[in-house]
Design a binder for this molecule. Sequence first.
Ligand SMILES: [Mg+2]
Length: 263
Amino acid sequence: MLKDKRLFLFDIDGTIATGEKLYDGTKELLDYIEEIKGKAIYITNNSTKSLSDYVKKFSIWNIKTEESQFVTSGFMAVRYLKEHFPEKKIFVMGTQSFLKDLRQQRIQVTESVEKDIQCVLVGYDSELNYSKLEHVCEILSTTEAEYLATNPDLCCPAPFGFIPDCGSICQMIQNSTGKVPKYLGKPAKEIIDYCRNLTGFSREETLVVGDRLYTDIACGIAADVETCVVYTGEATREEVKNTKYMPTYEFDNIQKLFEAVRG
Ligand SMILES: [Mg+2]
């Protein structure tokens, strides 16, 4: 039930904002969550921004946040690598700023084909080139390295429409090597488990809010919590009629969700 929700896990793009524009109703909903002593956490598959970038972005909207309120697919990747490959050599395909972030987190990043690579991590890479793709294919075809990727999203919004995201890059690699990565961003249920552990809220008190069915809504379903789709981004009412990722609730926008939650 909506009135029981305390932990709100929001997608960002297409859910509470588009680019620089915050949607109406977001602030009211966030104030309400504070009032009921709940918690808002922003879970995003975008791995190109750091946690401090997000705190800055939100402050422009006059929303005060802490880094711990942002869980990105890059953050989940660092957690995974630290747990499963401590001090091991990781081949990373991603933007220079993503690589820099990983190095700052003391991940041993390489961009060349070397001995002893334990793992390949593919992120959204707007600096992608053919030799990077060749390197990934060579490592996946000739070694037992584990194959990870930040997020399965096929496309991300651009001013004129859409451009390929990490999932599309991984499809190119799959067509050549037959290998499919383990994705660490949404819909991996570990993200929601992490947020619940961080805050101590129960499954019943948790709501995932998003605009994309195969990541946002699928993530909530995988973690066995209720989900809410908003129609300000990718998903359409038509699509939701026939999806295998059926949301618990649907609203036109975040303002309508706020009105329903407040009762
Ligand atoms: Mg979205």
